[in-house]
Write a new protein. Structure first.
Length: 220
């Protein structure tokens, strides 16, 4: 019965997502930062805030990107929706199943898949990039491509991440930032500094696009 519930959410979620974005206009900025790696057959690691994930699922549907999803029940709902939109999943997070999730991402990268991380998930704090999220980039040597998302009009859920849902007929802006590499010999302090740097970049672009992460306005 539980599996049927998750599957039903996946089917309905895919339909609702498709219907919503039929009415929106999506502008993508900086796609050259990841396309040049794809042209050479090299995967990348997309990094975005958890609350901005919805628009990115639409923009990157059917590309075979493998996304790290938590093993919590809410993660199962998310997994079913994104899998129906052509994503793969590796299950785990920084708080639960971390090693399992990391191994799954490394396997996917070595098989040629792009990866997706929401490094302030699964429970926050929002807008804070955990240094452990950089481990897969350190192991694989793949470039990190930070992504910010904004919407001209949107709802913010009363959730820990202020989850952003663009309103019908709104303009959605998706901005890709220049790649960052994590040295294989990076120390813990190096990782902390890189995490802070990338986190600041993500917060800056979110602010610029009109969807600040650190001060969401629930219910708006």
């Amino acid at each position: 019965m539980t599996d049927l519930k998750f599957e039903t959410v996946g089917v309905i979620g895919k339909w609702l997502l498709g219907a919503l974005f039929l009415t929106t206009r999506v502008e993508r900025i900086g796609t050259e930062y990841f396309e040049r790696f794809r042209d050479r057959g090299k995967p990348v690691i997309f990094v975005s805030w958890h609350g901005q994930l919805l628009s990115l699922v639409h923009c990157h549907r059917r590309e075979g990107i493998v996304l790290l999803v938590s093993e919590h029940a809410d993660g199962e709902y998310l997994a079913r929706v994104i899998e129906r939109n052509g994503f793969g999943t590796a299950r785990g997070s920084s708080t639960r199943g971390a090693t399992k999730g990391l191994k799954g991402l490394v396997r996917a990268a070595r098989a040629g898949h792009d990866l997706g991380l929401t490094p302030d998930g699964p429970r926050g704090p929002p807008g804070v990039l955990k240094p452990g999220a950089l481990a897969v980039a350190q192991i694989t040597g793949l470039p990190i491509i930070p992504i910010g998302v904004g919407a001209s009009h949107g709802w913010r859920l009363r959730s820990w991440d202020g989850f952003l849902i663009p309103k019908p007929f709104s303009k959605v802006s998706v901005e890709y930032l220049p790649p960052t590499f994590v040295p294989r010999d990076a120390s813990r302090r190096d990782l902390e500094e890189l995490a802070a740097q990338i986190g600041n970049e993500l917060n800056s672009v979110s602010q610029r696009l009109g969807s600040p992460v650190l001060s969401p306005e629930p219910g708006r």
